[in-house]
Design a protein around this ligand. Sequence first.
Ligand code: BES
Ligand code: ZN
Length: 877
Amino acid sequence: MAHADRDTLPNVVKPSHYAIFLANLELGGSWGYNGTVKIDASVSKPTKEIVLNVKEISVVKAEIQAASTSIKAVDISYDKVSERATLSFEKEIAPGDVLLNIEFTATINEAMAGFSRAKYKATVTPASSTPKADEFHYMLSTQFEACDARRAFPCFDEPNLKATFDFEIEIPKDLVALGNMPVKSERDGSKEGLKIVSFERTPVMSTYLLAWAVGDFEYVEAQTERKYNGASIPVRVYTTRGLKDQAYYALGCAHKTIDYFSELFGIDYPLPKSDLLCVHKFASGAMENWGLVTYRTTAVLFDEGKSDARYKNRIAYVVAHELAHQWFGNLVTMDWWSELWLNEGFATWVGWLAVDHFYPEWNVWSQFVAESFRQASQLDSLRASHPIEVPVKNALEVDQIFDHISYLKGSSVIRMLSSHLGQDTFIKGVSDYLKAHAYGNATTNDLWSALSKASGQDVNSFMDPWIRKIGYPVVTVAEEPSQISVRQTRFLSSGDVKPEEDETIWWIPLGIKTGSESADIKLQALTSKSDTIRDINETFYKLNRDQTGFYRTNYPSERLAKLGQNLHLLSTEDKIGLVGDAAALAVSGEGTTPALLALIEGFAQETNYLVWSQISTSLANLQTVFAGNETVATALKSFKLKLVTPAVETIGWEFPPGEDYLTGQLRKLLIAMAGNAGHEGIIAEAKRRFQLWASGQDPSAIHSNLRSTIFGLNISEGDRVEFDRVKEEYLKTDSVDGKEICLSSLGRTKNPELVQEYLDLVFSDHVAVQDVHTGAASLAANSKARHLLWQYMKSNWAAVSTRLSSNNVVFERFVRLGLAKFSDIGVAEDIKSFFQDKDTGAYDRALVIVADSIRTNARYKDREEQLLLEWLQAHGY
Ligand code: BES
Ligand code: ZN
């Protein structure tokens, strides 16, 4: 079936099996290699041409073997833009089964896409054949999603052209090769010192999930507790030599999660092994290659007692997310990239479900509301957003869809649906879906059908607008005696929605709480523009129980104030949602900043980290937007100081042994908030501890959980001495999270000269391309520095873009994180005109988001500045 809305390969050749052999790897030299790929395929109509995908590959020779004849390709032409090669054969190929034989050459690149090499500093003596340059060594690995398998070998690189794969590679004898499947055999290579490693045949799978790696690897291993066909499955975490001791935490997560998902989905983990590989240069966080999941270092390594506990939470989640894909994505794959959300939205939701199962005390659904819901609803309140299911005509456009809409709005609407159907029913439907489409491809409609069957409800009808329409609603409540009327409208943070942008009627589960018990809930849904709900308790009610619905609630102002006095009746998710909604409504103009601040004042006694995290984010946004007005900025600072002082003085500085994770994180957050708000005692103590550590007098003066806070405060309150000391630490530490923490802290300096130095550092070889966005995000959050970042980008654009252009994920992220925090229309215009004549293909979506965010901030500032100032002054701040 041909799809008019997809720009795909001609529908003539369908591959069923690939045998790939790579040899003559020029390790440490030219980095070239020779490959052969033999593709079993069926040809559906007579043709003299075969078109397949290649990128940065030269086809040396191609030949078709069919029946007893062989037909040579006489011409090979390349289309660089569409990343295709056309093989023209000397004779017509008859329909039927053929073997397509291709010899090619390619390069092991540094792009973190395709087949790449990654430079690293070895902490112990590596094996002698490890490729080397100066004090650096190299490991090799692949990253094929979305469209880069074609950069490693010629292939039919589309998610629904599934096939089986045999893989063989020739490498030095003392290195290790990994693939999706276990090693089948090893034999001597073509030269002394080389071996050829071959791997077992994979199940039927998509090209983007194929992977291999080569390096001086070591591993830690565990076995699943569950038995699969009578035996446990080996689970290994591979690192380059010297790092495996930091792999145990991820290992423990991984083997338990495999058992958990096998049980949850009612389908055994489909492969005979599961490897995790730590990759030194990695553009995103992790990649779910079937049986060989790759990770950036900070998403898999944890140094007990030395790493910030926050990274445990991250690792547990990333591991679960990627393992969820082994079923959802790998076993059953979206038919085409327009349904990417199926993969990513689901893996996000079920990843958190697994973490919640193993760590109920982490309260991850509150974390979800404070982080994921917040970011999804923020992006989706811009005109620059897009529907969850998005037309992707050309697969090369899909890179920019790996965004908060696919992941976070996608998982938020899944959470809403699961909470409506009941989790058991929901999982039953998912399991049926996975079983029905195993080793195949499926669509959103296939999932809805399975869920409809499992639940007896017409899921498609009420989920459709959530998936196919842009945006989400705000429900505005009006009160009448013992009843309320509710009305839905599209929510835009610019607050200026036009009638033609407000035509969607969403299905909205109202989840009205009327007391603290779970029985006190009205499970009505709003299915029209407006409606009346009767029998409402006037003393207390709240919509959107646990913030499971993907919408905002706009209460009359007296009701919001009342809710603020009844916080004890609310769940943690409710409280986070209440603050988040109030903050967003202040931005759009449907609420006010004074109402938000009055609500927040009521949280002084709060003890939950995740509630504080939402408060902190909301206040930080005010500080960003109103930074240009000194009086407002100072008053906001004193608001924050008064709010946080009792809490920070209660929680103190020490981490008692055995303390729970959330309390530890709360301490870190409160100290940071108090310090930023100018709390003198906190700043003095942060300086004292820094001093002890910096001078070497007491290397343990800074608790591992407090490095980001203490470094950050000392950089922002201090000057060159502190900056130089943290920079020195950045350059010399081999702690994986330590590097990230130092880099981020350095961006908090207020000294323009140091900002320049920092920018030079960020764009030097001391900062890996994959981490450049950490610098951008840090400067963008710093009101004294964000315009210097923009200045730097303009003055050094050639260098900046050369450095970032090798990888689209990296480039897009840099532009978006670096520029979205301004609140001056003038800057938006400057940005627009600067990029006018540039090739912005890799990040055009980011630019629209940047423009929209700045406009929203500017409107907000202009509308509220005066009102906010009056309120702050009237309240003594
Ligand atoms: N499939 C993605 C990896 C990916 C991202 C490939 C972008 C191509 C482009 C993977 O499953 C993923 O979602 N990784 C996340 C981390 C995850 C835990 C949210 C990432 O890399 O950010
Ligand atoms: Zn994913």
